[in-house]
Design a protein around this ligand. Structure first.
Ligand code: ME8
Length: 496
């Protein structure tokens, strides 16, 4: 029985990326959410049978990391070696399954950056000059004076609200302005999703300036040497963006690169300019195809308040792990800020745990498996078409939510499957009627529900499948099976 229309598989491969994070602190809810979105999409695509590559990693060069290492009294490499480990640990604890963890200090990445810079130079898009302007070290970016916040005699960064530094130095420019029309076209053709985020770019694109792409080694020694002029290092954003192609083999393994490129990039709204404007221009300048999509999400507030180190309300990944990682995943995907900012609340998380996970999913799996184990430990039957059609309807909604990039609707669709089974099992009353086929159909539906749940809750999904004696199989086509009940798991124990 087909669960999803066959047209879904026209594309055989899927390549998704996260930003590479600055390893100057532990991952927080923002980086957790971006990474979770990528893992969720990667798992959904694997479940459809697509060959999938999921790339994440750490952005380790530049002034910000250099200063963080100095502050910690460490050599930069020693510091980033230690700090990037936090990210690997966090991802493994949150059931994030990536294909490569790239570090910008990886030798193959460094070579690729030099190679790409050389191609852009040969193609005539780099020229020397002088730059002066206000620099925010936390953003690793220059700002125009009118973008800054004035406080007394100081200028503050509009994002970090920290003082910016005035810098004046010799540099090399990248001819970003050359690509204005091509970038406009890409954006008008839907490169950025949700579309509302693209609007802010269009105004800024009208007055597109060339950008500085090197730093003097005196000031920023911690970076990849600029191959055209060895007195400079490559600007950290140029270095970092290249990870999206070095990470899948460009130019060392063109077979792999051609198989997966172009990528779907997942990012937070604060770094849209670099991804939707600078990055496609760099690719065009180097003669490489532009990205397929840039999926953007909004920001988390915490208990209604903007999150920030100075406010002391940052939620780090290990704070979240008070709950089972899959519970965290479910809650974040359900409440996550995609088209607008979203709020994190411990109380709401507790409510979701009780009302949705424990009452709907946990209780159902426990109830049905207990009853089946006692009465029909091995069970076969015929699929109930009406019930299956109802499930297909929910699966369609789940699939549409992925195409439209509305992850919260995916969790709603997954939960609806379990609600449907709950209603079905209750209505059929097999404990009164001895309706064996109703028990069979409840188990088959639980299997389908667990498959749909897999991208959100991979560990819980496997536990459910194991309890009814089946393996994880592709979601496209449902193969009727015999169930042998192994266990009646308590998936979501009562909170202490
Ligand atoms: O930007 N809510 O790294 P980063 C949601 N190295 N998302 C948030 C958030 C919040 N409150 N705060 C931050 C960088 N984020 C660069 C990327 S890619 C070539 C280079 C998101 O460690 C933010 O949008 O600052 C970004 O996606 C990530 O968390 C933090 O990235």
């Amino acid at each position: 029985m087909k669960l999803i229309g066959g047209e879904t598989l026209r594309e055989k491969t899927f390549f998704v990326t996260t930003p590479i994070y600055y390893p100057n602190g532990k991952p927080h809810i923002g980086s957790v959410y971006t990474t979770l979105l990528a893992d969720f999409l990667a798992r959904f695509n694997r479940l459809l049978g697509r060959e999938t590559f999921f790339l994440t990693g750490t952005d380790e060069h530049g002034l910000k990391l250099y200063r963080a290492a100095q502050k910690a009294g460490k050599q930069p490499k020693e510091y980033v070696d230690e700090m990037s480990q936090y990210f690997k640990d966090a991802w493994s604890k949150l059931n994030i399954e990536y294909d490569r963890f790239i570090r910008t200090t990886d030798p193959d990445h460094e070579e690729t950056v030099k190679y790409v810079v050389e191609r852009i130079y040969e193609n005539g898009y780099i020229y020397p000059g002088k730059y002066s302007g206000w620099y925010c070290v936390s953003c690793e970016t220059y700002y125009d004076e009118e973008e800054l916040i004035k406080e007394g005699d100081k200028y503050l960064c509009p994002i970090h609200r920290k003082p910016v530094e005035f810098m004046e130095e010799e540099t090399h420019f990248f001819k970003l302005s050359t690509f204005k029309n091509e970038i406009l076209k890409l954006i008008n053709n839907g490169l950025v999703q949700p579309e509302k985020y693209a609007k802010g770019l269009l105004a800024r694109l009208q007055n597109l300036q060339d950008i500085s792409m090197t730093r003097t080694k005196d000031r920023v020694p911690w970076g990849i040497e600029f191959p055209v002029d060895k007195r400079f290092t490559v600007y950290v954003w140029f270095d970092a963006l290249v990870n999206y192609i070095s990470g899948i083999g460009y130019p060392h393994d063109m077979g792999k690169f051609n198989k997966f490129w172009p990528a779907i990039h997942i990012i937070g709204k604060d770094i849209l300019w670099f991804h939707a404007v600078v990055w496609p221009a760099m690719l065009l300048a180097a003669g490489i195809k532009h990205p397929k999509k840039i999926l953007v999400h909004g920001f988390w507030t915490v208990e209604g308040v903007k999150m920030g180190k100075s406010l002391g309300n940052v939620i780090y990944y290990d704070d979240l792990l008070r709950y089972h990682p899959d519970v965290v995943r479910y809650y974040l995907l359900k409440n996550g800020p995609v088209d607008k900012d979203g709020n994190f609340s411990w109380n709401e998380l507790k409510e979701v745990y009780k009302n949705e996970l424990s009452n709907e999913i946990g209780n159902l799996v426990r109830r049905v498996t207990l009853f089946a184990k006692k009465n029909y430990p091995t069970i076969d039957g015929e699929l109930d078409e009406d019930l299956m059609n109802e499930l297909k309807n929910h699966i369609d909604k789940a699939k549409t939510s992925i195409e439209k990039f509305v992850p919260s609707q995916y969790t709603v669709a997954a939960l609806s499957i379990f609600k449907t089974i709950n209603r079905y099992f209750t209505e059929k009353e097999p404990w009164k009627t001895n309706d064996k086929n109703a028990v069979y159909n409840s188990l088959a539906s639980i299997e389908i529900g667990a498959l749909v749940l897999y991208p959100v809750m991979p560990e819980i999904s496997r536990k459910i499948l194991e309890s009814i004696g089946v393996d994880l199989t592709p979601l496209l086509e449902y193969q009727k099976k015999t169930f042998t009940i192994k266990d009646s798991p308590i998936l979501f124990p009562k909170l202490g």
